[in-house]
Design a protein around this ligand. Sequence first.
Ligand SMILES: Nc1nc2c(ncn2[C@@H]2O[C@H](COP(=O)(O)OP(=O)(O)O)[C@@H](O)[C@H]2O)c(=O)[nH]1
Ligand SMILES: [Mg+2]
Length: 208
Amino acid sequence: MDAQQLDRLFRHTQFLTSAAKLSQCPPDEGREVAFAGRSNAGKSSAINRITQQSKLARTSKTPGRTQLLNFFSVDDHKRLVDLPGYGYAEVPEALKVEWQRHLTEYLENRVSLVGVILIMDVRHPLKPFDQMMLDWARAYQFPLHILLTKADKLSRNAGQKSLAEVKRAIKSYSDVSVQLFSTPESTGLVEAQGVLARWLEASGDAAE
Ligand SMILES: Nc1nc2c(ncn2[C@@H]2O[C@H](COP(=O)(O)OP(=O)(O)O)[C@@H](O)[C@H]2O)c(=O)[nH]1
Ligand SMILES: [Mg+2]
């Protein structure tokens, strides 16, 4: 798919619903891709850029607000999911544990989940949460694609260095890939949309 076709695929994405737990999620059919990452990493911004809709997923300068799974429909059979941010210091420990339980329940059981986009700040990659997601990807067997976002905040050299570091770290994982991304500069936009399109497009396999 070229850039125009990719834009067309995501352009009509709409907010669908929010869920606090698995039982409130929309019917588990079709295909969906979830966006995960630490609070303030840039999940909502990435969803907005990928769908070319500046206000679809709320972005916030106050980290940790999103405590729900937010579902967006790309079309009747394809969804994007903005997962609750993780790692906000002011969230009480009991809530964090509760949140982690809901997230693993979702990742482990959701049949329509075809892949996870993991958002990391290019300046601070591979924090404990990110490592946990890598381990879950291996345990629950879902493909993972990493966006090293805020690439505009680093020089080209520093960005490449961070990319190389993450590539080294994921070498032993199958089905894990990584790229640079920037919301304001649209760095890596077509590459990211391409991964999503590949995951979301029906290909006549067992998930259909
Ligand atoms: N410079 C820059 N800022 C970004 C980028 N992506 C997100 N941000 C900023 O980072 C903050 C958190 O973004 P948000 O999407 O709300 O993060 P979330 O908590 O992961 O959903 C906001 O102030 C965004 O404007 C990026 O690629 N470049
Ligand atoms: Mg958000």
